[in-house]
Design a protein around this ligand. Structure first.
Ligand SMILES: Cc1cc2nc3c(=O)[nH]c(=O)nc-3n(C[C@H](O)[C@H](O)[C@H](O)COP(=O)(O)OP(=O)(O)OC[C@H]3O[C@@H](n4cnc5c(N)ncnc54)[C@H](O)[C@@H]3O)c2cc1C
Ligand SMILES: NC(=O)c1ccc[n+]([C@@H]2O[C@H](COP(=O)([O-])OP(=O)(O)OC[C@H]3O[C@@H](n4cnc5c(N)ncnc54)[C@H](O)[C@@H]3O)[C@@H](O)[C@H]2O)c1
Length: 498
């Protein structure tokens, strides 16, 4: 039986990072992937195809909305096969970066097949091969939750795993779930020309974001699609090519909507059911692998990272967890990772950026806080590019320490990143205002919000009163100087007065 210092199960964002790190540090490493290529959900069914689809949709949208204003007349119709090529070609490029060769060159032994525990230290691959692991890292990711909706098994619905292979653009697309996956894809399909209806069981979209963002994005997105809030899907049924979706609202009133294609985007569940975790003695909590702060499971030689644990289900979060776990596994350290300052971006138009606490969370925590805002219609770069929809909101404690930052706006995911650097390095909001921003840039929106801190300090506090006193004294001084010639004593002021 082949023996390894580290066996990594799952060749996605987290698993590839662990395997590459461990092998580069000289550990004998195996990486097991059940699909026939590396890359995981992000590359094959997640971030990469969705962002490429969004890009295609935004190009079409811009073309259609700006052509006539510059005197052009558009003709022709959407070629959906071209859209799919636009999605597939970036996947092919990134697959090269995640190639088998890259890993074997690093010294990683690759195994393809579904892994499961045969004992706490023995991993079975497929039905025959078994390898020995001193340490194991589980990074098997997550899959779509398919809710128990009556009739769902009888209709041909799609998930993020199949939607990028649709043969043609749906005329009417129904989306169950107004979360990140549902909304990003809903807007992309709406912009490509589908009539989209989103069914959301909760009373808001962008539920994990600041309430101002949630309300703002609802108003923006409902211009491009129908969003049915408080609408839990109860039954679906097919009649010919048509799918009927029946939702129940809060007053238990039912409503049916007809669509041609149905996307199920109702959350994710960790891929752990086939791992035989009980044989390994690994415990779970609420369906996730239970880990301590150093990503160690209930078995001290087995670790878990990425979407299998209940942290933040994002590629960058999985990558950071993987980097942290490498040193814990190899050197027996107890490094932990706090996601308090891990940002995320929702790639709708406008984009939504989120880091740290929302205003509601800050309030609930009983913190004495301040909010600094800027609207994009006050920022010249957005005015010149006719993209003024959106705003920035920075939340600080009373000393200016940044607790959270939120933005909606074109490319907000790019120009808001500066605030993460400030938070990580314990820089206060004032430092975001005191640096020089080239004019005119989108990051000027963040500067404008941060300027609010100094405006408040300089113009709303005691300084204006002191300054007035200073000028009064200075003025009087000049006046008095004239009088001194007539014998009066000159007025003086101390440093303390200013
Ligand atoms: C539509 C969509 C869009 C997304 N967009 C973004 C985005 O823009 N930004 C972002 O940060 N995140 C995004 N995400 C989330 C992101 O894809 C995940 O958080 C990330 O992929 C998690 O990485 P992971 O390594 O934990 O899991 P994965 O990347 O899913 O990798 C897990 C791997 O384990 C393999 N595996 C599973 N079971 C076994 C087994 N028994 N044996 C061997 N191998 C196994 C799987 O085949 C898979 O390759 C998106 C997700 C979806 C679905
Ligand atoms: N830009 C990004 O970084 C990005 C993009 C896509 C996905 N992701 C990751 O993937 C994760 C999962 O996304 P998701 O959108 O599947 O899950 P989600 O948990 O964000 O949203 C699922 C939504 O479905 C609703 N829902 C559940 N059952 C329903 C029913 N029967 N009827 C109506 N509504 C119902 C829920 O109320 C919820 O709002 C995200 O949390 C995110 O971490 C990230």
């Amino acid at each position: 039986m082949e023996r390894y210092q580290i066996v990594v199960i799952g060749g996605g964002a987290a698993g590839m990072t662990v395997a590459a790190g461990a092998a580069s540090l000289g550990a004998k490493t195996a990486l097991i992937e059940k699909q026939d290529s590396l890359g995981g959900d992000c590359l094959h069914y997640g971030c990469v195809p969705s962002k490429a689809l969004i890009d295609a949709a935004n190009r079409v949208h811009t073309m259609q909305n700006t052509a006539s204003s510059f005197g052009f007349t558009l003709s022709g119709e959407l070629n959906f096969d071209r859209v799919k090529e636009h999605v597939k070609s970036p996947q092919a490029v990134i697959q090269e970066h995640d190639s088998n060769k890259r890993f074997t060159d690093l010294g990683v032994d690759l195994y393809f097949g579904g892994a499961s525990f045969q004992s706490p230290h023995e991993i079975r691959i497929g039905s025959n091969e078994v390898i020995f692991a001193e340490k194991v890292v589980i990074a098997t990711g997550s899959s779509p939750v398919i809710p128990p909706i009556d009739g769902l098994g009888g209709v041909s619905y799609v998930t993020n795993e199949t939607i990028f292979d649709l043969p043609e653009l749906p005329k009417r697309l129904g989306v169950i779930g107004g979360g990140t996956i549902g909304l990003e894809l809903a807007q992309a399909f709406a912009r490509l020309g589908s009539y989209v209806t989103v069914f959301e069981g909760g009373d808001k979209i962008f539920a994990k974001d600041d309430e101002d963002i949630s309300k703002f994005m609802y108003n923006v997105l409902k211009e491009e699609m129908t969003i049915e809030l408080n609408s839990t899907v109860k039954t679906v049924s097919a009649s010919g090519d048509e799918i009927s979706v029946t939702v129940e609202n809060r007053r238990a009133t039912e409503k049916s909507v007809q669509v041609d294609t149905l996307l199920v985007a109702t959350g994710r569940k960790p891929n752990i059911s086939s791992l035989e975790l009980a044989i390994a003695g690994v415990q779970t909590v609420k369906g996730f692998i239970d880990v301590d702060r150093s990503f160690r499971t209930s078995q001290s030689h087995i670790f878990a990272v990425g979407d299998t644990i209940n942290t933040l289900p994002f590629t960058h979060a999985a990558g950071e967890e993987a980097k942290t776990v490498v040193s814990n596994v190899l050197f027996g350290l107890r490094n932990s990772l706090n996601h308090d300052k891990t940002p995320w971006v929702t790639f709708t138009s406008p984009e939504v950026f989120h880091v740290g606490k929302t205003e509601q969370e800050t309030k609930e925590a009983g913190i004495n806080y301040r909010v600094y805002r800027a609207h994009l219609n006050e920022v010249d770069r957005f005015i010149t590019s006719h993209e003024t929809r959106g705003f920035v909101k920075v939340i600080t404690d009373k000393r200016g320490t940044i607790l959270g930052a939120h933005a909606a706006g074109k490319e907000a995911g790019e120009w808001m990143q500066l605030v993460v650097f400030a938070m990580k390095n314990k820089k206060k909001i004032g430092s975001l205002s005191r640096m020089v921003y080239p004019y005119p840039t989108k990051a000027g929106a963040l500067q404008r919000a941060a300027d609010g801190y100094w405006r408040e300090k300089l113009f709303d506090g005691s300084l204006p009163k002191l300054a007035k006193k200073f000028f009064d004294i200075k003025y009087n001084l000049t006046e008095k100087k004239h009088h001194t010639s007539s014998g009066k004593a000159p007025v003086t002021f101390s440093k303390k007065d200013v």
